[in-house]
Design a protein around this ligand. Structure first.
Ligand code: NAP
Length: 497
């Protein structure tokens, strides 16, 4: 895997210094246009060398009948610029529309979601004064979000959790690169590898491999539930947390809550072809159009974008001006005025512009260098020296009792090179043996393994067995069981020896 600087050709226009960048601006829904206008004004006043291509996505686009919520002209613009600053997009509820946010993440393979959580002086929280300052780096396209779901029977649903070596390596390298770029000394990897040994376990193993390339950074694995516990108890111990998609979804919102809520939370969705920067909060329809929204989340996202482009000084100036205004506390939008006098979006924006060149007394913007993005190379794939198919799990829909089903399948396979090894229900072995406590449902996993342990099972053997099973039972899914380099590439059921 190579580490590359962001390709200049993607983002830059013109050869003179400072290099100007064209950014696709998606103001979005609800409060989006108000906070986007505020951010544009502040960036212009700070002299950020940006040109904007204004595009639509979200509610107005769904209303035009575009099922993805993102029209072709917006996709074309992001393809051209490689950069987007995005306001919140409403997701239609209850009438089948997809999330326009997820569409953008998937189409542009923005595999990294980066969410800093930093205490802001002047935003009071139960943790104020503890110096919270860490970043959650969340894998953004794999895991349960791959969206591969099936009803195995009318009453049993399944969702496939996809974790790949390639996807894990990209996000984990990015986390270490981010640690270097931000002068941080440790990276935690949060997984549930103790339970999901192959999926979350792969992420943990790749973390341990990649960590060897970054000897100056302390690398530590933490079980994700303990990470949540530690975040509530001692959040200041963390610097960078890298994790899988669902874990990261939850931990990053928890992180925002520790430092003042979603109104101040920025995020970056990074990929090798495009980077999309957005506030974490939604369209806040209850306050839309009233001129009272807080633009801080989107402004801090724009600061991340400036850093991503290498405009470190402008990024620092804008961030320090915002932190100065918040710390002074004289101009606050309603969401953090705590019942005191509150200012509207425009007045808050003016205050930040007036503060350009000033710094907060505490917690000024830190020193950052430009993040180098990992790009995948052929070494992400590994090929075992030896692989053999040793059997299959056949998933069967049946309301029979486990013993009745098991005896019947064992008899069906009597003359096959594959023998019934066990049956599980919801992951627990229910045959052979007695498991009176298991509350069975109508989907069984039936595991067949070669009778001769040293002998692989060819497709002809598997298909012949499947045909026999299919003559008597409703099967819906078959998974081959393989050994890679003599180690089983599948897990055992609870209770299976
Ligand atoms: P939300 O829009 O984040 O709003 C929750 C509450 O947070 C608001 O009612 C408001 O609280 C406050 N708030 C949020 N942003 C604010 C801001 N900039 N300034 C001041 N207060 C702010 O969450 P939601 O109501 O669950 O979602 C609304 C819509 O947004 C949904 O359609 C959802 O799908 C979408 N959404 C989009 C994104 C995205 O595009 N990335 C993310 C999340 C949700 P008060 O009641 O105190 O005014």
């Amino acid at each position: 895997m190579q580490i590359t600087d962001i390709p200049a050709s993607v983002h830059t226009r013109g050869a003179k210094s400072p290099v100007r960048h064209t950014v696709t601006l998606i103001p979005g829904d609800g409060v989006g246009p108000e906070i986007a206008a505020a951010v544009q004004r502040i960036l212009a006043a700070a002299g950020a060398p940006l040109d904007w291509e204004r595009c639509n996505a979200g509610a107005t686009v769904f209303a035009r009948g575009v099922a993805s919520g993102v029209p072709q002209e917006t996709l074309d613009s992001i393809r051209r610029t490689g950069l987007a600053l995005k306001g919140p997009l409403e997701t239609p509820v209850g009438h089948g529309g997809k999330s326009a946010n997820v569409t953008l993440r998937k189409l542009f393979e923005t595999y990294a979601n980066v969410r800093p959580a930093r205490e802001i002086s002047g935003v009071e929280t139960p943790y104020s004064g503890r110096g919270i300052d860490f970043v959650v780096v969340r894998e953004n396209v794999e895991d349960l979000y791959a969206g591969i779901e099936h009803m195995q029977s009318p009453s049993v649903a399944q969702c496939l959790k996809i974790i790949t070596r390639k996807g894990s390596e990209k996000i984990i390298r990015l986390a270490f690169e981010l640690a270097l770029a931000e002068g941080r000394t440790s990276v935690h990897c949060a997984t549930k590898a103790n339970i999901m040994k192959l999926t979350e376990g792969l992420f943990k193993r790749v973390f341990e491999e990649v960590a060897r390339d970054y000897p100056s950074i302390r690398a530590q694995h933490i079980i994700v539930d303990n990470a949540a516990h530690q975040l509530a108890l001692r959040p200041e111990q963390f610097e960078v947390i890298v994790t899988t998609n669902l874990n990261g979804d939850i931990l990053s919102d928890l992180a925002s809550g520790l430092v003042g809520g979603l109104g101040f939370a920025p995020s970056a969705n990074l990929g090798t072809q495009a980077a999309i920067f957005e506030a974490v909060h939604g369209s806040a329809p209850d306050i839309a159009g009233r001129g009272i929204a807080n633009p801080s989340g989107l402004l801090l996202s724009a600061v991340m974008m400036l850093r991503h482009l290498g405009h470190m000084d402008t990024a620092r100036r804008v961030k320090n001006a915002l932190l100065h205004v918040i710390e002074q506390g004289r101009v606050r939008t309603a969401d953090f005025a705590r019942g005191g006098v509150s200012a509207g979006t425009d007045a808050f924006t003016d205050a930040v512009i007036d503060a350009l060149g000033k710094e907060p007394a505490r917690m000024a913007g830190g020193e950052y260098s430009r993040l180098r993005l990992p790009s995948p190379g052929p070494q992400s794939m590994i090929e075992p020296k030896q692989r053999e198919v040793t059997g299959a799990d056949i998933f069967i829909e049946s309301t029979l009792a486990p013993k009745v089903l098991g005896d019947s399948l064992a008899a069906l396979a009597a003359d096959s090179p594959l023998a019934l090894s066990m049956i599980s229900n919801r992951g627990t072995q229910v045959y052979p043996g007695e498991t009176p406590a298991t509350d069975c449902v109508d989907v069984y996993r039936c595991r067949f393994l070669t009778r001769d342990a040293g002998k692989a099972a060819g497709d002809a053997v598997l298909l012949a067995l499947l045909a026999k099973v299919a003559a008597s039972y409703h099967w819906m899914h078959v998974e081959k069981l393989q050994n890679f380099d003599n180690a089983p590439a599948y897990t055992r059921a609870q209770g299976e020896d």
